[in-house]
Design a binder for this molecule. Structure first.
Ligand SMILES: [Zn+2]
Length: 321
């Protein structure tokens, strides 16, 4: 029996699939090709555009900070087994640069932001002249990333071009609706109250697209720690402008914003934590916030409710804010 099992496994291995210890060949992805992605928002694009023709493996799950993320040995293995690799680029995955560069020698490795017209990108002074990588918060810019994924999948698997284009068209329609929703929600906050204070500067594109003034405690990358002077400066700004709420992020420690809240209090003003936003990572799989559309809706609903002075209707699935 043992011999039979071993020879069966050998046959399976020769056929190019795996044979797990339970003796069950892995047939889950038969007929599919494998795409490995970094952040959840890109994983979501590939799922929507690739549909059932693609097996998608996302490396970064809920609560993971892409600025600090380093590829594990398991990730390198996954990347090595990929037919295609998608990442954000613009130095978002700054600690994965070497791994991605190495992979690009054998596997098509594409930054979804590569085809976005550079004149549409922001170059905040605090990021040393580099482009701000968080462009998913302008839904119309993220649609360009969807177009890139569609084109790369079509080029890799031309027989299914029609399916990729029709999937992308369907997704574009939903994203166009999402963009209108965010605009309409944002318009509910009076102009002078549209100030978004968050843990790090992930929301510049959001601010530009939907009319919010944006302040982050940490800069564009969470790799730079905020100092006491940064906390005091932001606290003064909040107290002087009497901003009712500031927002924590699911992928950044809440400690730094708690310090800001305390510093504001010492200046005689009370600012509340208005809720948790999904900035650089989506929510848990199976929850509405576990999709790009759901996370964007959650964010704008949370922001609007808190800045209008109403209680938040959405509770976080991860930290209970
Ligand atoms: Zn970020």
């Amino acid at each position: 029996m043992q011999k039979l099992y071993i020879s069966l496994c050998l046959a399976v291995l020769l056929a190019g699939t795996s044979c797990d210890p339970k003796g069950q060949p892995d047939t889950s992805a038969v007929g599919k090709y494998r795409v490995v992605t970094t952040i959840g928002m890109i994983t979501d694009i590939v799922k929507n555009v690739g549909g059932d023709r693609v097996e998608v493996i996302g490396l970064m799950g809920p609560g993971v900070d892409p600025h600090l993320y380093k590829a594990s040995a398991g990730d390198v293995q996954k990347l090595g087994s990929a037919n295609l690799i998608f990442y954000n680029g613009l130095h978002l995955e700054s600690k994965m640069g070497d791994v991605l560069a190495k992979m690009s020698g054998d596997t098509k490795t594409v930054a979804v932001t590569d085809t976005v017209d550079r004149s549409l990108l922001l170059t905040p002074p605090e990021f040393d002249g580099q482009y701000d990588p968080h462009l998913w918060f302008d839904v119309t810019l993220w649609m360009k990333a969807v177009g890139t994924v569609r084109d790369v999948l079509s080029e890799f698997d031309p027989d299914n071009t029609l399916a990729y284009w029709s999937n992308a068209q369907r997704y574009f329609a939903k994203l166009a609706e999402l963009h209108e929703y965010v605009k309409a929600q944002a318009a509910r906050v009076p102009l002078e109250q549209r100030v978004l204070v968050t843990a790090h500067d992930a929301f510049n594109y959001f601010g530009k697209a939907y009319g919010f003034e944006v302040r982050g405690l940490q800069g564009i990358s969470t790799a730079a720690e905020a100092g006491i002077a940064d906390v005091q400066e932001l606290a003064t700004f909040i107290a002087e402008r009497r901003i009712p709420a500031i927002f924590v992020e699911s992928s950044v420690s809440t400690r730094s914003l708690e310090a800001v809240k305390a510093a504001v209090k010492s200046k005689g003003f009370d600012v509340k934590i208005g809720g948790e936003l999904f900035s650089d990572a989506m929510g848990n799989q199976g929850t509405p916030e576990g999709t790009y559309i759901g996370m964007v809706r959650h964010n704008i609903d949370t922001i609007v409710n808190a800045l209008k002075g109403e209680s938040t209707t959405h509770t976080s699935s991860t930290t209970g804010y």
